[in-house]
Design a protein around this ligand. Structure first.
Ligand code: FRU
Length: 443
């Protein structure tokens, strides 16, 4: 074990982890699949789906690779996708990635994107693969980048949303429909002007009376307070029929350095839960854990709740309270990782400083997360966001990551950090507790 192996965040035992996939609650068990590249900690090998299960989000079982490349249609990777539970069966949909041999750019030519179905009666043993859609089934204005199916049901009809890049380098989503979960017909597409060149990992879901579209767009314009990462992940309220959608304001899910490709699912208790990838593709900052043979983790699961019109709150699921151990009031001093801090803000202004190297401050309506020393954040710099007032904060600090929730999850900052051991905390204007956290258990 090494000091940066996380204590309550899911990682790959070896190699590279990226997107959460196939999230579902099936026959009382939560299944958390993920993009997994055991052969290379930088993700440059063959991708499969890794698999964790849990019943309580405190103890987990790692089941290795659930779906790996085995057919010509997924020979260059079992890419991202989702789960749908129907008639006591788990339906898993993913994109089989293929690359033709030759001199291709693999954007406009040379790549195959196949939507593939696998089913399971027990969540562990998988059926034969069925290829459902191929490049020829997508509109002809699409490039070879079409992927990441998410499925849902409305009335008697099933819908599939796919992320895509057009030949004109515009990001968009495609909608398909089906009555039997196997035969899919094209329904419509949806895009918005000036919203990047590619939309990955789309998710369409409802909360209350509203529908939302979540996407991971690439190529958005940045400013000092928005879209500061190379790629974004966010959501917007959408209105109208699927064939005729309009979209409200795009809100980033997370304002930190490391958050991408989230996916939502409904559990058997009626909660809508979101898990993201704590990583960022093509970022110009890295992670020293690569030298130790692994990289990245998933975020803690966040329950989604509706706030005021159009806004979604992200709240750490309540099972995480089980990890709390002894606590003491917040005072400056050294704390052993992992810990959780929960506090009320005094005077609408505060700061928390980790080891004099990571500053998290709020003043005059601006939140700022800044690494003041390069290696501590492995060259992460500053992220800023605007928020009118801050009333409360929860900080989840693991051995190499922090997730900071403001105002009951109205805004979240997620980042990796790489402290040596215990962390020296200095803070001001916070009144609350710091809880030592127990590690979760992995079987
Ligand atoms: C997002 C993504 C997906 C793709 C997967 C491949 O991080 O690029 O679009 O399916 O990763 O690992």
């Amino acid at each position: 074990m090494n000091k940066w192996r996380q204590k309550f965040h899911l990682e790959a035992p070896i190699g590279f982890l990226n997107d959460p996939n196939g999230l579902c609650h099936f026959k009382g068990i939560y299944h958390i699949f993920f993009q997994y590249c055991p052969s290379d900690a930088e993700g440059n090998g063959s991708k499969s789906w890794g698999h964790y299960t849990t019943t309580d989000f405190v103890s987990y079982t790692f089941l290795g690779e659930a779906i790996s490349p085995t057919i010509p249609e997924d020979s260059d990777g079992v890419y991202s996708g989702s789960a749908l539970i129907h008639n006591d069966t788990m339906y898993l949909y993913y994109t089989g990635n293929t690359k033709e041999v030759g001199d291709f750019d693999y954007v406009y030519k040379g790549r195959g994107a196949n939507e593939i179905l696998v089913t399971s009666e027990n969540g562990i043993d998988m059926s034969e693969k069925k290829v459902l859609l191929r490049n020829i089934d997508y509109p002809d204005y699409c490039s070879c980048h079409v992927r990441d199916p998410k499925i849902w049901k409305e009335g008697d009809i099933f819908y599939m949303i796919l992320g895509a890049r057009s030949m004109d380098d515009e990001g968009l989503v495609l909608f398909y429909q089906s009555e039997d979960l196997e035969n899919w017909t094209y329904l419509s597409d949806f895009k918005v002007n000036d919203m990047g060149f590619m939309w990955e990992c789309p998710d369409y879901f409802t909360m209350g009376d509203s529908a939302y579209l979540s996407i991971s767009p690439q190529g958005l314009e940045a400013n000092e307070f928005k879209n500061q990462n190379i790629y974004q992940a966010g959501y917007a309220k959408v209105e109208g029929d699927i064939e005729n959608l309009s979209m409200g304001e795009f809100q980033e899910w997370d304002m930190g350095f490391d958050f991408y490709a989230p996916q939502t699912f409904d559990d058997e208790l009626g909660r809508k839960i979101l898990i993201g990838w704590m990583g960022m593709p093509d970022a110009d900052y890295g992670s020293p854990t690569v030298d130790l043979g692994f990289q990245h983790c998933l975020t803690i699961p966040r329950q989604l709740c509706l706030h005021v019109e159009g806004k979604i709150l992200q709240q750490p699921i309540q099972e995480l309270l089980e990890l709390r151990d002894i606590s003491k009031p917040i005072v400056n001093g050294k704390y052993t990782l992992p810990f959780e801090m929960e506090a009320m803000i005094q005077e609408n202004e505060f700061e928390i400083i980790f080891d004099d190297k990571l500053e998290f401050k709020y003043k005059d309506g601006i939140v700022e997360m800044t690494f003041t020393q390069g290696a501590y954040g492995s060259d992460r710099g500053t992220r800023k966001a605007k928020i009118e007032s801050v009333r409360n904060i929860r900080v989840f600090a693991d051995t190499s990551s922090v997730e900071i929730f403001l105002n009951d999850g109205e805004m979240v900052f997620t980042t990796k950090f790489f402290p040596d051991s215990d962390v020296e905390i200095r803070s001001s204007n916070l009144v609350g507790e710091i809880y030592q956290l127990k590690s979760f258990i992995i079987n």
